[in-house]
Design a protein around this ligand. Structure first.
Ligand SMILES: [Zn+2]
Length: 415
């Protein structure tokens, strides 16, 4: 299907993990170590720049050498794959609570980022990720990015500006190679566990980058487990800095990614709206706050619904019970996205569209449902009006091709 745009995605979980295992870990100078909680971390460095072991971790092991010593390399590579995704044969047994799965989820992010932050991997990874989305008929993406320092073999670190420029260059290259791909924007993100003074510095940096890279930086968000982090209200003084200074910094807050009610976490939705958020990441608990629901509809602030993410992270088991089912029936503004497809073992946006169509849309969901959702993803993106118009033009072509395929299938069936 012509999926349109992916608006809720995270930088280290874009591309199938196969690529990381089969390519990134096979590069020269790739070392691995084991954490006390059976996690893994990677690091690339040249012999002259050997770095001391990470706190509490095992010695660094050179993967090239290690693979020569072991008998079953395939099994070892499979174990890396298992360490970089949440995929498991028996999820109910392995992940018995939201806190357990979130811990593992955060650990996987740390493992993946230790590979992807190596500057040469960083760029290739992103190019390959764009390829995977493009092959899934996605024309444009917005990624939440923490912009951790990327590093070189000799230990040189690159700052956030470097990361933005790298994203820009790779996206430009990809667009040159595939002219019907529209582009990429980055939502500057910080961990919601940080303290007020760190938040102040981050907001200032975000304002600086938003001004410096207006084509690429779309705005600001906070990431990490919402139940375990600080609520938006906790950062009210820092989050109001741009408005008080008369500087624009659009917000794209994750809010209400919880099944609780009456906690600061579900109330984040109200604060997100008060802080003028452009979209609501998840907004899973919005049904419990009539005022927020009405406001988001009235102000046309869409929810970014990520069905597989909500299912894997244990907010809902049967997607027919997902709050978005009722909201979709009411015509509430929403887009469908994939959050962290690599870690959930999915790919691009199609898996989430499938789940939204089959589980959330109800029996009467049809082509018009898919069409509306795809168009929403363009409409609610941070693209300029002109860019949106161009994207819709390109999208319509792809949509028509998709309809041809569908109609052909039915015609053949009739024969
Ligand atoms: Zn997210």
């Amino acid at each position: 299907m012509a999926n349109g745009a992916g608006l809720h995605l995270h930088e280290y979980a874009l591309l199938s993990v196969d690529w990381l295992v089969k390519n990134a870990t096979y590069l020269p100078n790739c070392y691995i170590c084991l954490t006390p909680t059976k996690g893994i971390r990677f690091r690339y460095f040249s012999k002259n720049h050997y770095q001391k072991r990470l706190a509490n971790c095992s010695e660094w092991i050179l993967l090239e050498q290690y693979r020569k010593q072991i008998q079953n390399v395939t099994e070892f590579d499979n174990s890396l794959f298992r360490n970089l995704t949440l995929v498991t044969e028996n999820p109910e047994e392995a992940y018995q609570s939201q806190n357990i799965i979130w811990k593992r989820f955060a650990d996987i992010f740390a493992a993946a980022s230790s590979l992807i932050s190596y500057a040469p991997v960083f760029k290739t990874y992103f190019y390959e990720a764009l390829k995977e989305f493009y092959h899934d008929n996605v024309q444009y993406i917005e990624i939440r990015a923490i912009l951790e320092p990327a590093y070189e073999l000799d230990g040189t670190l690159h700052d956030k500006d470097w990361c933005i420029v790298a994203y820009q260059e790779v996206a430009k290259q990809f667009k040159n190679d595939n002219p019907d791909f529209v582009g990429v924007k980055v939502i500057f993100s910080v961990q919601r566990k940080i303290n007020n003074s760190k938040m102040k510095t981050e907001i200032q940096e975000a304002m600086k980058l938003y001004k410096k890279f207006p084509e690429t930086v779309a705005g600001f968000d906070m990431v990490g487990q919402e139940d375990a982090g600080n609520p938006l209200w906790y950062f009210k003084n820092e989050l109001l800095i741009p408005a008080e200074m008369g500087i624009k910094l659009p917000y794209f807050f994750h809010a209400g990614e919880t099944d609780w009610e009456g906690m600061s976490v579900d109330e984040n939705i109200l604060d997100a709206l008060l802080l003028n958020t452009s979209r609501i990441g998840h907004g899973y608990s919005i049904n419990k706050h009539l005022m927020a629901k009405q406001l988001s509809k009235k102000l046309d602030v869409p929810l970014e619904v990520c069905p597989i993410s909500n299912q894997v992270l244990m907010l809902v088991s049967n997607l027919q019970n997902h709050p978005a089912a009722a909201l979709m029936a009411e015509g509430h503004p929403m887009v469908i996205s994939a959050d962290d497809p690599a870690i959930f073992g999915s790919r691009g946006l199609s898996y989430d569209f499938y789940e939204a169509f089959m589980g959330i849309g109800g029996l009467k969901a049809e082509l018009t449902t898919l069409k509306q959702l795809a168009l929403n993803s363009i409409k609610y993106s941070a693209m300029s009006a002109q860019m949106q118009a161009e994207t819709i033009k390109l999208w319509l072509k792809k949509w028509d091709q998709f309809l041809d395929v569908v109609l052909n299938m039915f015609n053949n069936d009739e024969l």
